[in-house]
Design a protein around this ligand. Sequence first.
Ligand code: UN1
Length: 510
Amino acid sequence: SVIGAAPREAAPGAGAPGSGSAEYSSRNPARLDDVVARVELSGPEDVHAAAAAARAAQREWAQVPAPVRGRVVAELGRLVEANKESLARLVTREIGKPYAEALGEVQEIVDTCDFFLGEGRRLYGQTVPSEMPDKQLFTFRVPVGVAMVITAGNFPVAVPSWYLVPALLCGNAVVWKPAEYAAAAARAVAELAWRAGVPQGVLNLVYADGEATFAGLESALRDGLVDKVGFTGSSAVGSRVGELCGKYTQSPCLELGGKNPMVVAADADLDLAVEGALFSGWGTAGQRCTSLGNLIVHRDVHDEFVGRLDQALRAAVIGDPAGDVLYGPLLDQKFADGFESVLSTIADHHKVLGSSAVGRIGATAPRAGFQGDPEAGLFYHPVLLDGLRPDDHVFTQETFGPIVGVSTFDDLDEAIELGNAPGYGLSAAVYTSDPATAFRFRQGTGAGMVSVNNSTSGAEAHLPFGGNGRSGNGSRQSGIWVLDQFTRWQSLNWDFSGKLQKAQMDVATV
Ligand code: UN1
């Protein structure tokens, strides 16, 4: 049943001068002449109005029993599952993610809803003993209130669901500002949530550019309309979000970039490591926060490993994401421009492998086995750089494109240090047949998520997801751990002794 209705979406013409009220077209990056959605961008006052609408609706939603909210979440999962193929096709069309990966991404919402259905019947608090007789202490999880959720478009449906589903389940209202270049996918998810029974005002969708979002968020924070900000995106923007929230004494949930290392030890299964590197380095065109960033390979197997990876890359099929390809186009023109500037940092001391050319396919040399029309979209040759130095851009910065560099090591401590050097700390992987090497790597890495004999990307949806350092502020999404983002602990101190018992002063003795 449709309980929810009318989102605060794209109030036409309501923007402030110089910001907002512009129209935005989200385009298929594999066929740029295909406009997927046209939306009106909101101004700061629309963002503020959405937060006010959320504030007005939240109290009633929090009074709906958590198991009932759990059933709404379950209904969302059921609706997503029933629309899985069409949602995946939309993701593929709007952001160019290969269809098989898009199906996996949609499955991630279903998994998230499955998990939180049960949490609706838990959301446990505690009973705690008192230091005095006839007195009992308790803890309760209470909703934070209004959450502003700002998400990137590389996972346009799964990653937002990591915020929306637990936030709603915990009794919060949400203002969701998705990436404009994934506007249609966001709209589709929001529609399903409203259809599932999320009431009007409890989930609000706004499209806005970065500056309008910041201005609207700041005014909403100033007026006490937002209690939690969830942000997935670049480390640079994340640090700005953190600064703004800090000004209003709030701690956001930040899920930022990564420079995720993969260490290939001398005793690694090299075929497995090549497959893992290919999937996480170039799969999704390198556009996951968990994408492989630095390959760190033991000197003894370096030549063999790099040779096999080079061959695998040259044989990889790139092209139309509706087909069976390793990767499709970059997400959007802005990301293509960013990747071009990464490519401009390739230096003379680098050995360039992986392709016969560097740059946009079609504009440069053609790519053997390319599927589809390379001229029509934002397709790039894969790049493997050998001979990286610790101060190279490709070593120190997230590249968000199909490029990975190789460094060499002699002992494990050096490999761990190289992996941690860029200062991110999201995901890290080691390929080895020695459990002691795996364990020492886990202890030494600064990453929040570690894989042994598996790639850096592809985390399951019910483990804590998040990073340290430049990758975030230590907050974790997914599983039970995200409950600490969307609830706050309230204690209850209940005295039934009939007299004033003073803590620390009237403590019972034996
Ligand atoms: C992201 O790129 O922001 O672990 C998230 C993974 C996916 C999620 C990536 N499950 O690769």
